[in-house]
Design a protein around this ligand. Structure first.
Ligand SMILES: *Cc1c(COP(=O)(O)O)cnc(C)c1O
Length: 430
């Protein structure tokens, strides 16, 4: 169940006009769909006082999208200087910013603490010594290692570089407490694109149990429990969507039981990226070539720079051809971009309606980790982004990259250094 029928009905009738006006390729995002999903999140957890979604900015880092999130009352999960800066530029304050970094640099901490700071979520016990000034509210990312299994995209927790280990966790909070931290959070992020909702329930339960253990050992209470992102979306037409309401009900029940046992309830935080925007975007690209060799190749005007997931993870993205119903005279083709990499394919041996030059293809579910993950190998430029607004109008919210952008970091006049050779190499070896 990729693109919803409603999104198709909003987009398809106007797509030729949009393509003619702006030119292909482009990602286009659906404001109505994003708002619907936002409402679903809020309604699902309505019984939990202080529930908060922190949209994972890396999924779709565009200011117009971030403003939509802010309008729904959401905060932002950031993991880089660029993401923090972008959120501050659209007006996000310290309480709306969660900073979950890893292998964090001094420069990143410096920016994180500027402008009133943010909610710091530390990835390692050693970082306590490196934060220039510990805030009053602090959380740690927990990595349960062999106590949990992860999934394909994010990897097994034992091999994952993220978080504080089980054995370090108590010591991490003790040191934080002894250094003056007053309020605490606990975070984890173990799965990615997980469609089985019980995995997230088990994650919430695990965190609540850890909080009880830490509270008993250290006499601290927790302000929030952050179950991270990783809620999956059905990329395959026959995949079953995540049962969000069952997940929300069961987590709400676990939170209530925690309150019964402990006399208070921390706020529940969620950091959904993919679930919020993934299904509400499509990459629109025109067929420009058709090649018959050992296989049939349909060449389109977008390539990996617009969408890495198929090449990087072998991910399936559903494809429809505008005006050509699926199944009618279907033929088996590879849909390819133009990179010098054979994995620059949007579909491999896919049954699609017969595609002719000029046909518009919609590559579904590119609203998260799509444009944002693009890269410039081969000097391929990233495409534009459009927003289909609630009122039916269309807005260009990012222009396509130009060669001038791409060449901007090159030094056509090299900036040179002539190092002094005061020490022979043989001396340096001693
Ligand atoms: C990537 C990431 C998310 C969002 O993941 P989705 O799969 O898009 O929901 C949330 N939190 C952290 C810490 C992340 O790294």
């Amino acid at each position: 169940m990729p693109m919803t029928t409603e999104f198709e009905q909003r987009l398809y009738p106007i797509l030729p006009q949009i393509a003619a006006h702006y030119g292909t390729p482009f990602h286009i995002y659906d404001e109505v769909g994003i708002r619907d999903t936002g409402r679903q999140l809020l309604e699902g957890f309505a019984r939990l006082d202080g529930f908060q979604e922190f949209f994972a900015v890396k999924a779709l880092p565009n200011p117009e999208i971030l403003k939509l999130m802010a309008a729904m009352g959401f905060g932002f999960d950031c993991s880089s200087v660029a993401e923090l800066t972008l959120c501050r530029q659209i007006g996000a304050g310290p309480e709306q910013l969660m900073f979950t970094s890893n292998n964090t640099s001094a420069a990143e901490f410096e920016v994180a603490l500027q402008d009133g700071g943010c909610i710091l979520n530390l990835d390692d016990i050693s970082l306590l010594e490196k934060v220039p000034q510990l805030p009053e509210l602090l959380s740690f990312r927990y990595n349960p290692g062999p106590r949990r299994t992860g999934n394909d995209i994010i990897g097994n927790p034992v091999e994952a570089k993220y978080g504080v280990s089980y054995d370090q966790l108590e010591e991490a909070y003790r040191r934080a407490r002894d250094r003056g931290v007053k309020h605490y959070g606990l975070h984890t992020m173990l799965a990615s694109n997980e469609l089985n909702y019980t995995y997230m329930v088990a994650t919430a339960e695990m965190l609540l149990e850890e909080m009880e253990r830490l509270s008993a050992a250290l006499g601290i209470q927790f302000a929030f429990v952050n179950i991270g992102g990783g809620l999956g979306i059905p990329y395959q037409p026959d995949a079953k969507p995540l049962n969000f309401s069952a997940m929300a009900d069961e987590i709400t029940a676990r939170m209530a039981a925690f309150k019964q046992r402990n006399g208070y309830m921390p706020h529940l935080y969620l950091e959904s990226g993919r679930y919020m925007t993934g299904p509400h975007g499509v990459l629109v690209t025109a067929a420009i070539n058709r090649k018959e060799i050992y296989r049939t190749y349909v060449g389109v005007d977008a390539n990996m720079s617009a969408l890495m997931r198929p090449g990087m993870y072998g991910a399936y993205h559903h494809i429809t051809v505008l005006g050509k119903p699926a199944g009618v005279d279907a033929e088996v083709v590879d849909v390819t971009g133009s990179l010098c990499e054979n994995n620059d394919k949007f579909a491999i041996q896919r049954r699609l309606p017969p595609i002719r030059e000029g046909d518009l293809l919609c590559i579904h579910d590119t609203g998260a980790h799509g444009h944002a993950m693009g890269f410039n190998y081969n000097g391929k430029l990233r495409p534009k982004e459009l927003l289909l607004r609630q009122d039916g109008s269309v807005a260009l919210i990012r222009r396509a990259e130009t060669l001038a952008d791409h060449f901007a970091t090159l030094k056509f006049e090299p900036d040179e250094l002539a190092p002094e050779r005061s020490h022979p190499v043989s001396e340096l070896r001693n």
